[in-house]
Design a protein around this ligand. Sequence first.
Ligand code: FES
Length: 497
Amino acid sequence: MKVRLRLEPVGRTIEVEPGTPLRDVLFGYGVEFPCGGRGRCRRCRVRLLEGASEPSSEEAGILSQAELSAGWRLACRMTAATGLTLEIAQWETSILAGDAKFEFTPREGLGVAVDLGTTTLVAQLVDLRTANVMAVRTALNPQAAHGGADVMSRVQYALTGEGRAELRDIIRAEIGGMVAGMLVEAAHGRAPSLITVVGNTVMHHLFCGVDVAPLASVPFEPRNDGPKRFRPAELGWDLPADTEVRFLTCLGGFVGSDILAGIMATKLDESDALIGLIDLGTNGEIVFGTRERIVCASTAAGPAFEGGRISCGMRAATGAISEVSLDGGNLVCSVIGQGQARGICGSGLVDAVACGLELGRIQPGGKLSGGPLGLSSSLSLTQADVREVQLAKGAIAAGARILLKRLGAEMGDVRRLYLAGAFGNYINRESARRIGLIEFPPEVVEPAGNTALSGAKLALFEAEPANLRVEHVPLAADPEFLDTYVASMPFHRAGTA
Ligand code: FES
């Protein structure tokens, strides 16, 4: 006899076999498992509204007595033993697709472009005669429920026993399902001739079944042997044998084909003027260059801008404070979905720190005075949160400074700086400049949407740029990195440091 689970506020009832781990079913409803279900991060919290589930010792250790009494539990520690009604706090995560227009040479047939992100997946079915998008699928990356939220956790998990095959099979099955769903919806019996996939180096290795061991230690160099090509049967996909699945080439270190796609989408490699591209995720990926020379780096910005390691942090989903402004001396917060604030996401965090600086509550050195910075009746930023922001923004700013120096250029030489990804799309440019995260004049900074997906779409029409040479700069090995990093951590208003 199956067990019924009622999920609120989404209002869904599902039936599962008794003893099913909740991790296996709730991920599909937006509950995330950032520590891979190890009971360490608290981010998979759900609240029991009806039914009983005795807290495990891990739950008792990491949740307060007040939280336990209020019904809070860790989904990663629970199984479906009896019927339950659960409030799931994380739902409706918005995932940035991509509808940027581009020039193309029409071809016959259909193509599929896939952006395989550490956190999110986006796929588009494209009519190759018109470049029109016929169907879209988005999903959270299901590897996260097993291998943790960040790339290094996935690498560690892939190094254990069956982990590598498990993560490979999970992601291939998920993307195969997304492709199949789009074909049923919009292809009228036709199949794609080409499927292009882009992603960071770890996603590349896991999808392609490549050993991740070289990514686990210095010098973190991937296996770089050009685009990987597959036939559908190799991936377990039910598509015609002549469909080609192509994972684009990694550039080096943790800079993957998502950035190659970004270079293609922004035409950075064809530009006479100096152009930059920054993808602000857990790994800040940074590129600067012209048609003459391109340098790139990845910088371990940490998960702060995705809500990680922030006491009230969360991803940009319903209930997240996404904007903070000042009204007189008061902070005014905008919440995604306009309901009660449940936490703060990256764009809100940058705003909140900028406001704290304006109010004098946060000193340029990062000291928070007068106690936690209140955001709502129940949410506030702590001193430790402010330090996390410093670490993250210092890593990005230092990476940009070092790459420019490699090119013999200065910030004023940059004619356009594209910000890729969801965070880059929604971040307030003035706030980013105020805290010294993006130290470029606002007029050169341009949100560029999901450049990884745009480039993957472009790759349906044209080959990867021939002879594209991108110098990968391993920041950790750069003798100036540490000093530059430390110098980049204070919250100086950009242009005044
Ligand atoms: S505590 Fe981290 S996923 Fe449950």
